[in-house]
Design a binder for this molecule. Structure first.
Ligand code: ZN
Ligand code: ZN
Ligand code: ZN
Length: 258
């Protein structure tokens, strides 16, 4: 593995409802294990000089407070579902003390949703104090944020295109249930992958645990962490014990150096 260049922090590893889910009394939602408390899925990617968040979940503000984050250079969006974009308004804090607009990277579909769901941010006559956003519409062309090279690629969430991101030897994919063969070639060679694994039962738009395991093995990536986990998957420690070598469940607060 190349020398450690990036620090990856798992800000959230839960599916759209989070764990615990409101009102649920199941053994996962009532577990006392901290690893069974999952905010909505997001990671922070940090180099020596650059800090990037992938998605702004409904928990974004608390996720940043929880890790004492004080600097953010850019937001990368995977797709427009609410559990991935809802927290965008809270980039205002960074606008205030960094005194500049936030660079936001999204594909065309997500950009359209941001303009619709955060219309006030993009209005001609802006109310004072609203988020300042510098929106970059991206496709699968590689780009650089500060000193971090980013390779975006498209995976499928039922019929919705979702961006996955490769940062050198580290790949992050959430909310997928299908990956085209040509895109698998872009992912191969990663040392570490984060991949969504919702539960054991089939789902129309998410990989199951078994499908995620098979994909990691097919791609021959030596180290994998699963995210976007449902309370239906079971308790963290019980599931973790059943996984093949090199494959783990992610959990909130997990830090990797890649
Ligand atoms: Zn999601
Ligand atoms: Zn539950
Ligand atoms: Zn989604």
């Amino acid at each position: 593995m190349a020398s450690s260049k990036l620090k990856i922090t798992f800000l959230g590893t839960g599916t759209s409802t989070g764990i615990p889910m409101i009102g649920c009394k199941c053994e996962v939602c009532t577990s006392n294990n901290k690893k069974d408390k999952r905010l909505r899925s997001s990671i922070l990617v940090e180099s020596a000089t650059t800090t990037i968040v992938v998605d702004t979940t409904p928990d974004f503000r608390y996720q940043m407070l929880r890790i004492n984050n004080t600097k953010l250079d850019a937001v990368l969006f995977t797709h427009p579902h609410k559990d991935h974009i809802a927290g965008l308004d809270d980039v205002r804090a960074y606008n205030f003390f960094q005194k500049k607009p936030m660079d936001v990277y999204a594909n065309a579909l997500t950009a359209e949703a941001l303009k619709r769901e955060f219309a006030y941010v993009f209005a001609d006559n802006k109310y004072p104090g609203i988020p300042q956003i510098n929106l970059h519409i991206i496709d699968e062309t590689p780009f650089v944020v500060g000193d971090v090279p980013v390779l975006p690629f498209t995976v499928w969430h039922h019929k919705m295109p979702v961006l996955g991101f490769r940062f050198e030897n580290f790949t992050y994919i959430t909310d997928a249930n299908r990956i085209d063969e040509a895109v698998k070639e872009k992912i191969k060679g990663s040392d570490v992958i984060v991949l969504n694994a919702l539960r054991n039962e089939q789902h129309i738009s998410h990989f199951t645990l078994q499908q995620a395991i098979e994909l990691v093995q097919e791609l021959q990536i030596p180290e994998a962490y699963f995210t976007h986990i449902s309370h239906q998957l079971g308790k963290h420690d019980d599931v973790e014990k059943t996984l093949p070598q090199g494959i783990h469940l992610g959990y909130d607060g997990l830090v990797l150096y890649v």
